[in-house]
Design a protein around this ligand. Structure first.
Ligand code: AN0
Ligand code: CP
Length: 318
């Protein structure tokens, strides 16, 4: 595997899930693969799970790990070509990327959407430059439009907990005070649509996602109706994608918070969220603490999804 940014990069999803469960049964079975190999993780944005789970996955494979927080101690980086660099940015990505590539064997990048310029975000300008100029296999640790390591971990979690061959999965928008990217929602839709699950997406009017990611899903504007008979409820906030509202918060309507009354409409559904989550905005304390909440096993599976991706990249380097 030379890059991992979207569901296509994982190949046949069923096989990837089988490999994930095999890795989970014995996560140290491939410890020789990463000997004398170095992973560099580059963060343009904050992280708890991605940072720790990916480092742990790399250690399980015997790799060395370096982490760079671009905003803490590194030179401020310019990302656009052609800019006269007379402002606060001291270094250009076009030099920084090949330099970083020279110190490692595999690169992970986290670079969120700026939510100002939809075209720039949806062209994935930052991670695409890493793919083009680093000379190394590159994987996304959440880029502008997708979060594939999260979606892969979500699919592993659904595979482990599903009670029917074709479960009903509901992706529901929920309120949040700040503007968040569409990446987790886009990516989740893209991965679920590649699986055997039925996907229903529910959100207030104005929060339609890019159809490129949601084609094949049912869009239901009535959240309670969407919840009926659901096997999995996947909550997430995202800011608007459509037109001039791109990146805006159009609503913080707490009527969309996932609570016990709405969960009672489901088929005793599991509750999922990628975390970090704002309690009593996205989901009530009661639901996230309930026995059907999967948020902790879901986060634990981040180690597994990262390990499958690193394992495949290392196998290609041997
Ligand atoms: C980020 C997001 O919504 O993309 C990261 C989620 C994994 N969330 C926040 O910034 C709160
Ligand atoms: N879910 C997730 O990616 O969490 P972090 O932002 O803490 O890495």
């Amino acid at each position: 595997m030379k890059k991992f940014t979207c569901v296509e990069d994982i190949g046949y999803l069923k096989e990837a899930l089988r490999e994930a469960l095999e890795v989970k049964r014995d996560r140290f079975a491939y410890k020789h693969l990463g000997e004398n190999k170095t992973l560099l993780m580059i963060f343009f944005n904050s992280s708890l799970r991605t940072r720790l789970s990916t480092q742990k996955a790399a250690m399980n494979l015997g790799m060395n790990v370096m982490v760079l927080d671009v905003n803490q101690g590194a030179w401020k980086l310019e990302t656009e070509r052609g800019v006269v660099m007379d402002g606060d940015k001291a270094e250009h990505l076009l030099e920084a990327i090949p330099v970083m590539g020279s110190y490692c064997d595999i690169i992970g990048v986290r670079s969120f959407a700026g939510l100002q310029d939809r075209k720039a975000d949806y062209e994935e300008r930052v991670i695409e430059q890493f793919i083009k100029y680093s000379g190394r296999p590159v994987f996304s640790m959440e880029a502008a439009t997708r979060h594939p390591l999260q979606s892969f971990a979500d699919m592993i979690t659904i595979e482990e907990h599903k009670r029917t061959a074709r479960p009903k999965v509901v992706l529901t928008w929920a309120p949040h005070p700040k503007a968040l990217p569409q990446a987790v929602a886009n990516s989740f839709a893209e991965w679920v649509l590649k699986s055997d699950c039925e996907l229903v997406i529910t959100h207030p009017k104005g929060y339609e996602l890019d159809e490129k990611f949601t084609r094949g899903a049912t869009i239901e504007y009535d959240q309670r109706k969407a919840f009926e008979g659901a096997d999995f409820i996947y909550a997430k906030n995202w800011s608007a994608y459509s037109g001039s509202n791109y990146g805006k918060v159009l609503s913080v309507d707490k009527d969309w918070t996932v609570d016990a009354e709405k969960m009672a409409l489901t088929n005793n559904a599991y509750f999922m969220h990628c975390l970090p989550v704002r309690r009593n905005m996205i989901v009530t304390d009661e639901v996230i603490e309930s026995p059907t909440s999967l948020v902790i096993p879901e986060a634990a599976n981040r180690e597994i999804s990262a390990q499958v991706v690193l394992k495949r990249m290392l196998e290609d380097l041997q």
